[in-house]
Write a protein that binds this ligand. Structure first.
Ligand SMILES: NC(=O)c1ccc[n+]([C@@H]2O[C@H](COP(=O)([O-])OP(=O)(O)OC[C@H]3O[C@@H](n4cnc5c(N)ncnc54)[C@H](OP(=O)(O)O)[C@@H]3O)[C@@H](O)[C@H]2O)c1
Length: 310
């Protein structure tokens, strides 16, 4: 089969080449990949992966061989699947644990954004507990995860505040359900009950300072690429600041994701959740689509996997 593999001799750290088909273990089904959606973390991690690695966390496709032990998705079923690794290829191994079933007729491009972006938003928000009637800050509202978090938090009854450095993105965030859009946590007019943080660094520290008693900040992403430095007093508790917590998060350590991925796929297919796919391109364009200086817009760039050689 053809796959994008890590190749440090190439400026993109990638080359599309012929590799052996994956060999399924007893619990593995094989899917024919139809579309995949690279993530911030996939692209950042390329320079540190060994040559020959097939990268990528999420891919949507169709089952072409069932698992020998009878578990997992059935032959011909359309699924969306979660990594780690091996997504940027014509075929991929999946287990019962790593797939969501996608509705009949669903667009594989839209389905490919479910595993990392949408599922991280859903699971990260759950860490905040009930948000009905509470004020929630999505730090990094325009990130792929943030665009889902804004929608899901609003649907859960939260009063959503989202951040972006870009004033032109305000309208988009409001359309997705944000009640208020600000440039940074320093602009918050009052406290918040929960924070879903996709940025880290000084943003995290300033957002933690605005947490109401009993509030939680979920440190999910670190897109700002900065250190977090708490000063003396930042972690004090008093009448207005007691019982605040900060928790780290890793999607790869979450369990039982299948039903959540299936639900998210259905919500997208039935139009209740915007997949925020901003461009669909051939997978052969992968290095160009993400090259430094390539035009970017907020949301996901999805690559469709065709069978032609480059
Ligand atoms: N823990 C996990 O399991 C997990 C799972 C998924 C993702 N993540 C992490 O979550 C983060 C978001 O991922 P993503 O794929 O959603 O990101 P993304 O789509 O690449 O978006 C990043 C956003 O961050 C903002 N940003 C970038 N640099 C910034 C800076 N210096 N200061 C302030 N804002 C900045 C930008 O928003 P504006 O231009 O609008 O300001 C941009 O929209 C990443 O760190 C990723 O690795 C972690």
């Amino acid at each position: 089969m053809l796959a994008w593999t890590v190749d440090h001799s190439s400026p993109s750290h990638l080359s599309l080449r012929e590799v052996p088909d994956p060999v399924p273990g007893p619990h593995d089904a094989v899917i024919q990949v139809q579309a995949f959606a690279p993530n911030h973390g996939d692209l950042e991690g390329l320079p540190s992966l060994p040559d020959g690695t097939i990268p990528g966390w999420d891919a949507a496709g169709v089952v072409v061989a069932e698992a020998a032990d009878g578990t997992g998705p059935r032959l011909g079923q359309a699924v969306t699947s979660l990594g780690p690794g091996s997504a940027w290829a014509q075929r991929r191994l999946v287990t019962a644990e790593s797939v969501g079933i996608t509705p009949a007729g669903a667009d594989p491009n839209a389905m490919s954004v479910v595993p990392v972006a949408a599922t991280s938003a859903l699971r990260g928000l759950r860490r905040l507990g009930p948000v009905l009637g509470r004020r929630v800050l999505v730090l990094g509202g325009t990130s792929a995860v943030g665009l889902f978090a804004v929608q899901l938090a609003a649907r859960s009854g939260a009063e959503v505040v989202a951040t972006t450095r870009n004033p032109a993105a305000r309208e988009r965030l409001v359309a997705l359900g944000a009640h208020e859009v600000i440039a940074s946590p320093s602009d918050l007019s009052g406290d918040v009950s929960g924070v879903l943080d996709l940025l880290g660094g000084s943003h995290l520290v300033r957002a933690f300072a605005r947490l109401a008693p009993g509030g939680t900040l979920v440190a999910l992403g670190h897109a700002a690429g900065e250190e977090e430095r708490f000063g003396y007093g930042d972690l004090f508790g008093d009448a207005n600041r007691h019982d605040r917590s900060l928790t780290t998060y890793f999607l790869g350590a979450e369990t039982g994701l299948g039903p959540d991925m299936t639900w998210l796929a259905t919500e997208i297919h039935e139009g209740r959740l915007d997949p925020a796919v901003t461009a669909v391109r051939s997978w052969q364009d992968l290095p160009h689509a993400f090259a430094a200086g390539a035009q970017r817009s907020y949301g996901k760039i999805v690559l469709t996997v065709d069978r032609t050689r480059p």
